[in-house]
Design a protein around this ligand. Structure first.
Ligand code: FE
Length: 210
């Protein structure tokens, strides 16, 4: 079985959010699709704190990120847990229909959960669209763009996660972010003191040299 073909399915980079008992939570999802004219489906890992919140609140919002999205949004929502931190602390958001949406996005889709299906690892939530809005005409970020152009790595919880081999580029030093897997190639022997991961925002102490 050549799982490489699965990389040829198309995915986006979305922020899925919800709110329950005055707590805003969210995570990055790449597997979202429109099922009917007024319903979409999203796939959320059981280990994501957001999963249990959607189950309780029975609603969720999807904010669609553009290619020009601030990568700290992906870093914050993709590589942290809402269990530990308030992911919205430094993010511009707005509460609409009692769900937080990300302002710096192409637009949002808000849904009420109408059904769900369990797999071994993920819950597929089916949502009926209650509100949606397009903010601008920017190009949506695809997962391929994030992976190939921005060198972003797939978190273990994503449906599209695969073990990756890290190969060293000749004559360059490669530093790998131990949090998100971002690879930085440089002629330098050490990263600058103020170096920050462009994907997850962590400092140089989180990088290991290959
Ligand atoms: Fe990182």
């Amino acid at each position: 079985m050549d799982r490489e073909i699965l990389r040829d399915l198309s995915y986006g980079v979305y922020v899925v959010t919800t709110k329950k008992d005055n707590k805003n939570v969210g995570c990055i999802c790449n597997s979202i699709m429109q099922i009917t004219s007024d319903k979409i489906a999203i796939s959320v890992n059981h280990d994501n704190y957001t999963n249990s919140f959607i189950t309780k609140s029975n609603k969720f919002a999807v904010s669609i990120l553009s290619k020009n999205a601030d990568l700290s949004i992906i870093g914050m929502f993709g590589y942290n847990s809402s269990k530990d931190i308030d992911k919205f602390k430094d993010i511009d958001y707005e509460i609409i229909n009692d769900v937080p949406i990300i302002i710096n996005s192409i637009g949002y889709i808000i849904c009420d959960v109408t059904d769900k299906m369990e797999t071994e690892t993920h819950t597929i939530f089916l949502g009926k669209i209650s509100d949606c809005k397009k903010n601008n005409d920017e190009t949506p970020m695809t997962y391929a763009y994030y992976h190939n152009e921005l060198k972003g790595k797939t978190p273990k919880n994503a449906p599209t996660y695969m073990e990756e081999e890290i190969t060293k580029v000749q004559n360059k030093n490669t530093f790998v972010c131990t949090v998100c897997g971002y690879k930085y190639e440089t002629d330098l022997d050490e990263l600058p003191e103020d170096f920050k991961c462009p994907i997850c925002g962590k400092g140089k102490e989180y990088f290991k040299k290959l």
